[in-house]
Design a protein around this ligand. Structure first.
Ligand SMILES: Cc1ncc(COP(=O)(O)O)c(C=O)c1O
Length: 345
């Protein structure tokens, strides 16, 4: 029986079509900007997101970092959600490498930010204080359980950011999950932001890579930072080829992951001892916990699931599971059955 890996959508393997595309990719040297496949993917991404230009980077973390480095200077400050990936899980890169401080304000349960908190976070022009330069949002929001910021919420926040003369970045690692959930074109979401990063390597199933989109001058600046960070990648078409397949054929299928996530959440809500709000599941991330009665028994759920060929991230009592292309409806059924058996015994 094959492993059911529910830890993340980052575990997805490239599809056969992607592997074929890799072996047939036309290659050049991207540092000379003459890798035709990389150039094609960048043009395609810019077009899809309605921006002037795009650049392929090695990861979502690098995309967020380069976007920040290219738009801020030492002593600047970025207003950011306290549960954002950039603030919590990117090793403080903006602070370490850019001398830019991250000013966290509370993320609400929907992964959004309150207008009052944004207004209060913006510093006046005062040499004692950092210069507030940017606001960053995350969509979908990982720690908020894959929640989607809808267009009216983005509109409200972006208009406040513009009033405060802030540039706007979106960590759109799972941007396409948001766009298929909302039923809006990705370029509509991107239109409110100066820079957007999205990942090829999560639900879109590519083995490596993310893309930054934005204006021509900004992307030119990103190219310099990417080189400085050691990611001038030569025959980049190897990474870009599956990216082309992903943008052509892997976006709409994210709906299947969302349906499986809903199915899992509803199934989990019927298992005694599981605490979950199935109504809150919007995309492919599900968070749940277990009742005190069960946690008191100190069951090693993760270990027992592993014995049944199911992988979850270790956690005391805040479990996150993620659906993706390598998880079928039958896998979901098997997981629910296995968990309910473990919790019953
Ligand atoms: C919301 C979000 N942003 C950024 C990243 C970073 O992506 P990468 O792992 O490619 O660096 C992740 C990774 O899970 C993420 O969930």
């Amino acid at each position: 029986m094959s492993l059911i890996d529910l830890r993340s959508d980052t575990v997805t393997k490239p599809t056969q079509e992607m592997l074929n595309a890799i072996s047939n990719a036309k290659l050049g040297d991207d540092v000379y900007q003459d890798d035709p496949t990389a150039n094609h993917l960048e043009e395609k991404a810019a077009e899809l997101l309605g921006k002037e230009d795009a650049i392929i980077v090695s990861s979502g973390t690098q995309g967020n970092l380069i976007s920040i480095l290219a738009q801020t200077s030492r002593g600047d400050e970025i207003i950011i959600g306290d549960k954002s990936h950039i603030y919590n899980y990117e090793a403080g890169g903006a602070m370490v490498l850019g001398g830019t401080s991250l000013y966290p304000i509370p993320n609400n349960n929907y992964g959004s930010l309150e207008i009052n908190d944004i207004t209060n976070a913006k510093k006046n022009d005062d040499f004692h204080k950092p210069r507030t330069k940017m606001l960053a949002l995350e969509n979908t929001h990982n720690l908020a359980g894959g929640k989607v910021l809808n267009i009216s919420e983005i509109e409200k926040i972006s208009s406040k950011a513009r009033d405060l003369s802030l540039s706007l970045h979106m960590d759109g690692a799972r941007l396409f999950n948001a766009s298929v959930y909302l039923g809006v074109e990705p370029k509509k979401i991107a239109s409110y932001f100066d820079s957007v990063t999205f990942c090829l390597s999560k639900g879109l199933c590519c083995p490596i890579g993310s893309i930054i989109v934005g204006g021509k001058d900004f992307i030119h600046e990103c190219r310099r930072w990417r080189k400085m960070l050691g990611s001038g990648m030569r025959q980049l078409g190897i990474i870009a080829a599956p990216g082309v397949v992903a943008l052509d054929s892997m976006i709409e299928r994210l709906n299947d992951d969302h349906e499986n996530a809903k199915f899992l959440a509803e199934g989990l809500s019927n298992i005694n001892g599981v605490i979950i709000d199935p109504e809150g599941i919007q995309t492919n991330i599900i968070r749940f916990s277990l009742s005190e009665k069960i946690t008191k028994k100190s069951k090693n759920i993760i270990f027992e699931l592993m014995g049944k060929n199911i992988l979850l991230n270790p956690s005391k009592n805040d479990f996150r599971i993620v659906t993706h292309n390598d998880i079928s409806k039958d896998d979901c059924k098997y997981f629910l059955l296995s968990l309910s058996e473990i919790l019953k015994n």
